[in-house]
Write a protein that binds this ligand. Structure first.
Ligand code: NAP
Length: 297
């Protein structure tokens, strides 16, 4: 292997430490802790694990965690009423409604009900608009985490060719916006892209957010490129009945060619919750009117 491994786990731990320091300072100035409310509807096992981890890490950073667990048959109107209550609660700085929601609910409508200034997931259309116009808002956690890792690895990204594979609202599109803001030349590829290997081959930065195990091969990568693998795919393991996690990039071949690469697990994955906590402490300062140099976290 020639590529340097980008250690997202270590970076996320450092970020959580910085958030903890800022959270203690916020408590001293505001006379209360910053607070994150997480709303979970139903009993999806993966969502339950995420929510538990978010709660634990929020408390570990010295912030309040408010968990609202609602049964799967909760009506949309009742969920909207919970969101309204959280919007009005001064102890709540950030609100996250865990997705996916049960099929009888309209996710867009629920996200639109969150106060954009408490929308620490950055999914509200107001925050999407702020990101695309360069106004301060909240940026979705996973792509913001990817940019933090890229800047930590490369310094300035200005002028670099970036290819984002995937155009979802939660990863691909905001990732492209962030890279444009960093003055990269950005190409967004998707399932209709022609000759994807050739498109990827011109990139100094490759971000793979596809959801297809090990799709991006080493021979697609320009030698020395930086590869950010957002994919989390569970596949059959070597042992009967066991599974393992792999990314959207074929790590074995790509790490022979890339200059630097995120592993799966331990790359982008740990960044998401750490950035959520960062967004929450930023929201707390903005909502309380307390100055914070956001570039320091
Ligand atoms: P998604 O909503 O399913 O979007 C996938 C994107 O990949 C779509 O834009 C799709 O194109 C494109 N695509 C699918 N097949 C393709 C192909 N053969 N060639 C080129 N493009 C193709 O997925 P997502 O929510 O963005 O998530 C992507 C991956 O990231 C998943 O593995 C997910 O688990 C992971 N993820 C990780 C984190 C984390 O680390 N914390 C957070 C979020 C997501 P079309 O638009 O044309 O259909």
């Amino acid at each position: 292997m020639t590529a340097q491994i980008i250690d997202g786990k270590a970076f996320a731990a450092g970020l959580r430490e910085r958030v903890g320091t800022v959270a203690a300072d916020f408590e001293a100035k505001a006379g209360r802790k910053a607070g994150l409310a997480v709303v979970l509807v139903g009993e999806d096992p993966a969502s339950q694990v995420y929510v538990r981890n978010k709660g634990k890490q929020t408390l570990a950073c010295g912030m309040e965690s408010f968990e609202h667990k609602l049964p799967a048959d909760t009506s949309e109107a009742d969920l909207l009423a919970v969101v309204e209550k959280l919007n009005a609660d001064p102890a709540v700085d950030g609100i996250l409604v865990q997705l996916p929601l049960p099929s009888h609910m309209n996710e867009q409508k629920v996200i639109a009900a969150i106060n954009p200034d408490k929308d620490v997931d950055g999914f509200h259309v107001v925050n999407v608009g702020r990101l695309s116009t360069g106004l301060p808002g909240f940026v979705p956690c996973t792509p913001l985490g990817c940019v933090m890792l890229l800047k930590d690895q490369l310094g300035s990204l200005s002028g670099l060719d970036a290819v984002v594979v995937g155009r979802s609202n939660i990863v691909g599109k905001p990732m492209a916006q962030l890279l444009i803001a960093e003055s990269c030349t950005v190409t967004v590829a998707h399932s209709r892209t022609q000759d994807l290997p050739e498109v990827v081959r011109r990139a100094d930065i490759v971000v793979a957010a596809v959801g297809r195990p090990e799709m991006v091969k080493g021979e697609w990568i320009k030698p020395g490129a930086t590869v950010i693998d957002v994919g989390i795919n569970r596949v059959a393991g070597a042992e009967e009945g066991k599974t393992r996690l792999v990314g959207d990039v074929d790590f074995a071949s790509a790490s022979e060619v890339a200059g630097a690469i995120t592993p799966v697990p331990g790359g982008v994955g740990p960044m998401t919750i750490a950035v959520l906590l960062r967004n929450t402490i930023v929201a707390a300062h903005r909502n309380a009117g307390i100055a914070l140099d956001e570039s320091t976290i």
